[in-house]
Write a protein that binds this ligand. Structure first.
Ligand code: SF4
Length: 177
């Protein structure tokens, strides 16, 4: 409609005028009567969820891979890897000081505002193990940059870590932070 991209075929009529054939000056005048509206469906759904939560006074459990949604919507977060809880904390504490190497890798894989254009996002090497394929030790060991001998031998337990927010920050790792 605004001819920010020139049409290659067809016609566009607005208030009785064929827009695709207007001169630059006529188009500029016509644009004063137009308003662009951008629709963000995800934002609309999140707004609806917030409204339902307010109206009904209920909690919402969100299952998502989108850390931006977690940051915007949630109070507490549970990070799972290969069928296990690997970290649990307040959202603020998780983003300020992720303790588990998997969570830290997820944070580094996020798009950032100061990212260098064209530079690929950091990826976690390897793949999630098949169910039952890790016979001993930590399920993240094959992909973990901090792996040590103990990790391959003993399965880590979900234990308290440095808890800045004081509300129960847990991680399943022998060498958190
Ligand atoms: S237990 Fe070891 S391998 Fe597993 S996440 Fe922690 S440092 Fe990495």
């Amino acid at each position: 409609m605004l001819r920010l991209i020139e049409p290659t075929a067809g016609s566009v009529n607005f208030m009785g005028e064929e827009i695709s054939k207007l001169s630059s000056s006529a188009l500029r005048a016509m644009r004063r009567n137009m308003q662009m509206v951008f629709q963000d469906r995800q934002a609309q759904i999140l707004d609806l969820m917030r409204a339902l939560k307010r109206e009904h006074g209920t909690a919402i459990l969100m299952i998502t891979h989108d850390l931006g949604v977690v940051a915007e919507m949630c109070d507490r977060v549970v990070v799972m890897y290969a069928g296990q809880v690997v970290e649990q904390s307040s959202v603020r504490d998780l983003f300020d000081a992720p303790a588990h190497p998997y969570t830290q890798a997820l944070m580094r894989a996020r798009p950032a505002l100061d990212a260098v254009p064209g530079e690929p996002l950091e990826a976690i090497p390897g793949a999630v193990p098949l169910p039952g394929s890790v016979e001993s030790g930590c399920r993240f060991a094959a992909r973990c940059p901090k792996v040590q001998e103990r990790c391959r031998r003993d399965a880590p337990t979900l234990d308290a870590v440095d808890d800045r927010a004081g509300d129960g920050h847990l991680a399943r790792c022998w060498y958190p932070n």
